[in-house]
Design a protein. Structure first.
Length: 268
């Protein structure tokens, strides 16, 4: 408990009972966790300042010790009452900022050697246990779980649009390389074409055998489709979804694909 020794030396003249020494140790644990003492009593006094030392008159009432603390960042203000009940000390601490309350009961004899009040090196015992009780019973409940490191906002992350096919790719500054785009053979590319107002990507919602991912000869719809569209019907570069099979030699529907009418009529 580094730092407690000089504090105990300064407070030694006021320490006359074992509970005084225990309050001194509890005070130092609060200081270690970022709190500073403002003074005694329930209400603030004139010219109060944050201090690592115990205020004057802190030991005046041997049955109820009342101290007020404030965190170094001014986010928390604690009211500590250490109440003696026979041989035990009940710590009742309230955070006035959040109105949270924490309670811890300590057996004085478990942490203080009453016959060695004059010797700092012998007066305290089980110091690690005392530190754990204060940290788990007072510090943690009043401050809550430690804050996690802030994560970078999702809008600022370098997210490749192929990680989510429904996310529009981020705008790229001039001269930078465009993000990777999915292969037309990827089943997750479906719908990508409809998200791009400029066209140029595969995967639209309209099923097109010419964009299935398999090699096929390049077809220019602007030159016309024999028997279907005259030349110039489709402006050059316009998006065009074919409405029928293109090119010669493409197979028609399978005659056995659909049953003939009345196939299930027993009288036919």
């Amino acid at each position: 408990m580094a730092g407690l020794e000089p504090l105990y030396a300064l407070a030694r003249a006021a320490i006359s009972r074992p509970q005084d020494a225990l309050v001194c140790g509890i005070h130092w644990e609060l200081v270690r966790h970022g709190y500073r003492c403002l003074g005694t009593g329930d209400q603030p006094g004139p010219d109060e300042r944050k201090s690592e030392l115990l205020p004057t008159g802190w030991e005046a009432n041997k049955e109820v010790y009342t101290l007020r603390y404030k965190s170094t960042d001014d986010a928390h203000e604690l009211l500590l009452k250490a109440i003696m009940v026979e041989d035990s000390m009940i710590l009742n601490v309230m955070d006035r900022s959040s109105q949270k309350v924490a309670d811890v009961t300590l057996a004085v004899a478990d942490y203080i050697n009453p016959e060695h009040l004059d010797d700092f090196h012998k007066v305290y015992k089980n110091t690690e246990e005392l530190r754990t009780r204060i940290a788990s019973g007072i510090i943690a409940p009043l401050r809550g779980p430690a804050e996690k490191a802030e994560k970078e906002p999702e809008s600022k992350r370098d997210v490749h649009w192929h990680e989510n096919p429904l996310r529009l790719p981020p705008r790229q500054p001039m001269g930078t390389r465009a993000p990777p785009r999915p292969s037309p053979l990827s089943p997750f590319a479906v719908g990508g074409e409809d998200l791009d107002p400029f066209g140029g990507r595969s995967g639209g919602m309209i099923v097109d055998p010419l964009h299935s991912g398999f090699p096929h000869p390049n077809i220019d719809p602007s030159s016309g489709i024999p028997g279907r569209l005259p030349p110039g019907a489709v402006p050059p570069g316009a998006r065009f979804d074919p409405f029928g099979p293109l090119g010669a030699g493409r197979p028609g529907p399978d005659p056995d694909h659909l049953p003939p009418p009345g196939y299930d009529d027993m009288f036919m």
